[in-house]
Design a protein around this ligand. Structure first.
Ligand code: PEP
Ligand code: MG
Length: 312
C-alpha cells in the first residue's frame, strides 16, 4: 500500500498539514531534464553544468552553452530552475578549467576557486545563462559551488546581479555554514550540498569505501551545520535548500523539513518516495524528529531516534 501511495504522489511537496517544502530534481542535461519533468518534481534544484561538458577539450562558446542551458530551462517552462556554475576539479575534472595535477584536488582549485584563476570562464558562463534565461519562461536562479568566504559570495552575487539574475551560493564547506548569516547579506538563497559538506566536515573522502561510516549525512556534526544554516535563512526569510544525496533519503528529508529547509533537490528517481514521505507527517513531528536526531551522538542513533518519532 505504501508503494502504491509513493507511485501516485503528484506533488507539490508539503507535509501532511500543508507546510510547503519544494521537491525538486537534480539534472545534468536536456535529456535528463525532460525525463525529470515527467516526474512530480516542481523544478530543478541543481543543474550540474560541469557534467554537460565532461567530454569537451575546449570551453564551449557562449552560444553553445546557452543552447544547452536552454534545453533544461525549456523542459521546466514556468518552473524554478537553479543553475550551478561549473564545479570543475576534484572528482569532476574539466579539460578546459582548472589544474588537473594537484596532490589533493578535493582541497584544491575547484568550483568557484577556478574563477579567481580564470575569471573569463565564469563571466562567459554567466553571459550564456543570461541569454538562455531571456529566451525562456523558467524562473532562473544561479548558484556557485565551493564557496568558502563571504568575499567570494559577495563577488559572485554582484556578477550575477549585473546580469539581472538571482544569486545564491552552495553551502558545502563548513566555513560557509558557520558564516551563513553573513553570506545571506549578499545572496538571495543558500543550497546545502550535503555530499561535500559531509566530506569536509568529517574530513573523509566522499569516494572512500573504508570511510563510508564517516561519510554519512546523519552524522550529528553535519546535522548541526545544516540546522544552523536553515535557522539563519529562516531568521531573514531567505530560502535554504538541500541538493545533496541527503535529500533523497525519505526519513532524512523529513528531518531536514523539521530544521526549516525550504526545498529538497534529488535524483528524479527519488522524487516520488521523498514527496510521499513528507506528505505523511506533520511539520511538528518533523521538528521533533529533527531535534532528537540533532541530540544524538552518532549517526545510527540519530536515524533510530528520528525513525521512532516519524513512524510512531
Ligand atoms: C554536494 O556536494 O552535495 C552537491 C550537491 O554537489 P556535487 O555532488 O555535485 O559535488
Ligand atoms: Mg558538491
Amino acid at each position: 500500500e505504501v508503494r502504491r501511495r509513493t507511485e501516485s504522489w503528484t506533488g507539490p511537496g508539503r507535509t501532511r498539514d500543508g507546510h510547503p517544502v519544494a521537491v525538486l530534481a537534480n539534472v545534468q542535461d536536456g535529456a535528463g531534464a525532460r525525463s525529470a519533468a515527467a516526474s512530480a518534481a516542481e523544478g530543478v534544484g541543481l543543474f550540474r553544468t560541469e557534467l554537460a561538458f565532461l567530454d569537451r577539450d575546449t570551453e564551449p562558446a557562449v552560444e553553445d552553452q546557452a543552447a544547452i542551458y536552454r534545453e533544461v530551462l525549456d523542459a521546466f517552462a514556468g518552473c524554478k530552475v537553479v543553475i550551478r556554475t561549473l564545479d570543475a576539479g576534484s572528482d569532476k575534472p574539466l579539460k578546459f578549467a582548472g589544474p588537473t595535477d594537484e596532490p589533493n584536488p578535493a582541497l584544491g582549485v575547484r568550483g568557484y576557486r577556478i574563477a579567481a584563476e580564470n575569471p573569463g570562464i565564469l563571466d562567459r558562463q554567466l553571459d550564456a545563462i543570461a541569454v538562455a534565461a531571456r529566451q525562456c519562461t523558467a524562473s532562473v536562479l544561479v548558484m556557485a559551488p565551493m564557496i568558502a568566504t563571504v568575499a567570494e559570495a559577495a563577488e559572485f552575487a554582484a556578477a550575477v546581479r549585473d546580469r539581472d539574475l538571482v544569486p545564491g551560493v552552495m553551502v558545502e564547506v563548513p566555513a560557509a555554514a558557520l558564516l551563513a548569516d553573513r553570506m545571506l547579506e549578499h545572496v538571495d538563497f543558500l543550497s546545502l550540498g550535503t555530499n561535500d559538506l559531509t566530506q569536509y566536515t568529517m574530513a573523509a573522502d566522499r569516494l572512500s569505501a573504508p570511510l563510508a561510516a564517516l561519510s554519512d549525512p546523519w552524522q550529528p556534526a553535519v546535522l548541526a551545520l545544516v540546522a544552523r544554516t536553515a535557522a539563519d535563512g529562516a531568521r531573514v526569510g531567505k530560502p535554504v535548500g538541500v541538493c545533496g544525496e541527503a535529500a533523497a533519503d525519505p526519513l532524512l528529508a523529513c528531518v531536514l523539513a523539521g530544521f526549516g529547509i525550504t526545498s529538497l533537490s534529488m535524483a528524479a528517481s527519488a522524487v516520488a518516495a521523498t514527496g510521499s514521505a513528507l506528505s505523511e507527517v506533520d511539520l511538528a513531528r518533523c521538528r521533533d524528529a529533527a531535534e532528537a536526531a540533532l541530540g544524538a551522538t552518532d549517526p545510527q542513533s540519530a536515524r533510530a531516534r528520528a525513525t521512532e518519532i516519524l513512524r510512531g
